[in-house]
Every structure is written in structure tokens, then in C-alpha cells.
Ligand binder design. Structure first.
Ligand code: HEC
Length: 156
């Protein structure tokens, strides 16, 4: 009886390990797709819009030292290769569902992203590896940011 239970336990472990491995390959592809179609690179990857997306994957999501200046201050799209991995996957899902970073971060779209897609994004972004530096700190509206920055009017 003991042996039978051990066999069942071993089979379950193998089955779940197999499922996890299959999920990971799918997750990475799905996560990559979500990052591309979620437009994360447009802001979080330096030069991505100027080069119309022609930036190698190893340079993706390293953050953008070109600030976005509005009447609310100057914000810098963060280095997601450093910030996302600082969360556990569960923390990331909770954060992505509730966070409201400053403009022009489109947090309302991220709130709409399904939990499984957020988990896939997490797997993909973490798989890119930790690299680069943190971006400059937010500069409040009453202070002059150092260039480079682009100006975005929020109130029209
Ligand atoms: C239009 C530009 C833009 C796009 C597109 C964009 N972001 Fe951002 N994002 C920003 C800016 C700017 C900040 C910094 C806001 C602040 O300082 O509060 C930011 C902040 C964040 C933060 C909070 C800081 C951190 O690293 O924890 C997360 C998480 C994030 N973005 C994830 C994403 C993801 C994932 C996508 C794609 C689905 C995305 N962003 C698309 C501009 C953008």
C-alpha cells in the first residue's frame, strides 16, 4: 500500500512537472506577444518608436531615459527588466491589476489584461534577464527636468 501511494505521488509530481514545462513554453510565447501587442516597448524601450520596432529583443524594456514631461511633472518609463522581477508572480498580478502609475503609462489597459496573460507577461519579462540601470527619478512639476524629455500635454 505504501509503495502504491509512493508510486501515485511520484506520478503526480511527474505529471505536474510536465504540465509546468509545457505551460512555460506557451507562457513565454504568449508573454512576448502580450508585450508586443500591449505596446510596452513603445515607451519602456529606448529608441523603439524612432526605429519603428527594429530593436533587438536583448534591448527590450530596459527603460527610457527620455522623460515624458506634462503639467503633472516628468515621468520616466521604468526598466521593467529590473522592476518586474522584484515582484513574485502573484504580487505582479495584484500590482498590475491595481497600480496607477503616472502618465503616460496606460494603466487602464493593463487593468483589463487577464490574470493568465499577466502571468505570461511576467514569465517572459523575467526570462529576458536583469539588465540595465534604473531610470531617473520622477521630477515634480515645479522643477526643471534635465534633458532629454518630450512634452505631452494632458489637458487640452
Ligand atoms: C505611452 C507610454 C507607455 C506605455 C505604452 C507603457 N508604459 Fe509603463 N510606464 C510608462 C511611464 C512613463 C511610467 C512611469 C510612471 C511613473 O513614474 O509613475 C510607466 C510605469 C510602468 C510601471 C510601474 C513602474 C514599475 O516598473 O513597476 C509598470 C509596471 C509598467 N509601466 C508596465 C508597463 C507594461 C507591462 C506595458 C505594456 C503592457 C507598459 N507599461 C506600457 C509609460 C508607458
Amino acid at each position: 500500500m505504501k509503495t502504491a501511494n509512493a508510486c501515485i505521488a511520484a506520478a503526480l509530481v511527474l505529471a505536474s512537472a510536465g504540465a509546468a514545462a509545457a505551460d512555460t513554453a506557451d507562457d513565454l510565447a504568449r508573454g512576448r506577444y502580450m508585450v508586443l501587442t500591449g505596446h510596452c516597448n513603445n515607451c519602456h524601450t529606448a529608441g523603439y518608436t524612432a526605429k519603428q520596432g527594429d530593436v533587438p529583443e536583448k534591448e527590450w524594456l530596459l527603460g527610457n531615459a527620455v522623460g515624458f514631461r506634462s503639467e503633472l511633472g516628468t515621468a520616466y518609463a521604468s526598466n521593467l527588466r529590473l522592476t518586474v522581477r522584484s515582484f513574485t508572480e502573484a504580487q505582479w498580478v495584484a500590482y498590475a491589476k491595481g497600480a496607477k502609475p503616472r502618465p503616460p503609462m496606460p494603466w487602464w489597459s493593463v487593468h483589463e489584461t487577464s490574470e493568465s496573460d499577466l502571468r505570461a507577461m511576467y514569465s517572459f519579462i523575467v526570462s529576458l534577464g536583469a539588465a540595465g540601470q534604473p531610470v531617473p527619478a520622477f521630477v515634480p512639476a515645479d522643477r526643471e527636468p534635465a534633458p532629454p524629455y518630450e512634452v505631452r500635454r494632458l489637458v487640452r
